[in-house]
Design a protein around this ligand. Structure first.
Ligand SMILES: [Zn+2]
Length: 49
């Protein structure tokens, strides 16, 4: 399985770095998806599992 959440792969994703809407950490990688209000939102590693 490719490591899509590491290395150069993440730079293919627009706005991959930002502030996590759940834990409000800034400048984290938002590569995980959480379901909130029936919509998928991008969250950091800590909130995505
Ligand atoms: Zn988070």
């Amino acid at each position: 399985m490719a490591k899509t959440k590491r290395g150069s792969n993440i730079k293919k994703i627009p706005n991959w770095r930002g502030t996590c809407p759940i834990c409000n950490r800034s400048s984290v990688k938002l590569l995980w998806t959480a379901v909130k209000d029936e919509q998928g939102i991008k969250v950091c590693k800590h909130c995505g599992n």
